[in-house]
Design a protein. Sequence first.
Length: 195
Amino acid sequence: MKDLHYAVYLRAREYWNTRFNDIHVPLAYQHGRQLLLAYPTVDEDIVIPAILLHDVGWKSIPEEQHKGAYGPTVRDVSLIRFHETEGARIANEILSAIGYDPSKKEMIMRIVDGHDTRLEPLSEEDSVMKDADKMWRFTPVGVDYHHREFGKTLTEYVPWLACQIDRWFLTESGKQMARDSFANVEKALAEAGHV
């Protein structure tokens, strides 16, 4: 990790100890690094900090309210939006504190502020960040966490998840990574007799 990104990481991680973000964000970082290999013109100095900061806003929302703000049956869209705006505010504080490049800081904040609710990506950097964010849902830990969190059995949740790849992912490499990861999850679940 570049020193510049590490400085963001050190400040962002204190906001991750909610909503399984201490697992989710490092996985998103790993997936972001993989996606950047496929898109060498994308600015990693925007993508990586955006990944590290994208969910810091959840820390400002009481944990008992989180469950209704994401998943197959969202009950409170205002909380999704609040975590984005609050995340952009916290991102500004962190990036300003370390003297991050102002033009890149502005784009990072814009990406964080809308990463879940904005349907059209702002840039290639936004597309890569959004795909890295969603990829963990297709990992073994993501599948296990989400089916339990949403109160769904694996036989209910896994087929629903399979239908989301083309809807959720913006880059071709992201779609392929999700398909590959999901195939591995399905194989492991089948071998264990779960689906």
